[in-house]
Design a protein around this ligand. Sequence first.
Ligand SMILES: [Zn+2]
Length: 310
Amino acid sequence: MSEMPLARIEHDTDALSRNDPTLLTRLSRFLLVRDGQIAVDADGLVHVPATDLPDELLSWDHLSYLGRSDGEHWAVVHLDATEFKLDPEGMPYGDRRITALHHREFVSLRKIGHELSGIEAGLATAATALGAWREYRTHCPSCGGVLGPRAAGWEGACRDCDLILYPRTDPSVIMAIRDGRDRLLLGHASNWEPTRYSCLAGFVEAGESLERAVARESFEEAGVTITRVEYFGSQPWPFPRSLMAAFRAWTDSEAIEVDGEEITKARFFTREELTAEIESNRLTVPMASSVARYLIEDWYGGPLPVPPTD
Ligand SMILES: [Zn+2]
């Protein structure tokens, strides 16, 4: 199978240039991120040239460096911190070029990740992750001082005590659990739309290995005992900061006992049963950009059927 949609990186991340004082002047293409979403148009990701960017945004206070591709130096504009106000007639106050940037259409990368090219996916995933980190980590956890960007947006430095922070990633596990008849276990979480089913997943706890997290989450959420675990792959899931480690797992448990809180329903499916559920619109599968979809299709043996539209 091909690589997971958000695990693709085809650009040069060019980390060695992040502390180059001339880097700012070499930036040539800019993605736009706001509130965890990325700007798109009919052609895909919006990327604006440097000439469309007001001088006041050409600062690491508003930008992070993404890397190089095709002779261009790419950065993301974090629009959250820019002024965007309309007067009572709906006309922009202040810099019209900043307002124009805000007037793009913004969508979550999780909705469009699988439709992007490899270059776009890599740039957009880093842009989304850095944006989420910036929004989350504004102050120093040691002294409470304000953090300022360093290393072209890849570090945060406390202005009071000089502590350096790095974008944080929270490891999670997600597992395709098969029983002795090669059926797949899918569960329904309490906060999902009623028809949605997916693989079990959970955060890795303090002091725990990935494999142990697979076994623990499987038992806690569905009461099944894992007898074998096989690493499958990983992809970043920057909503806001997860790294999903995916596993194939096997159980000899026949009964399922859901925890009733996080997971309210779960069952084993044969391929025929899953096909029938999807084709009758009784079951919704995870979105195409997700690791879960990828894991389910690995077990299924190819792309899942497309549900009929009514
Ligand atoms: Zn500090």
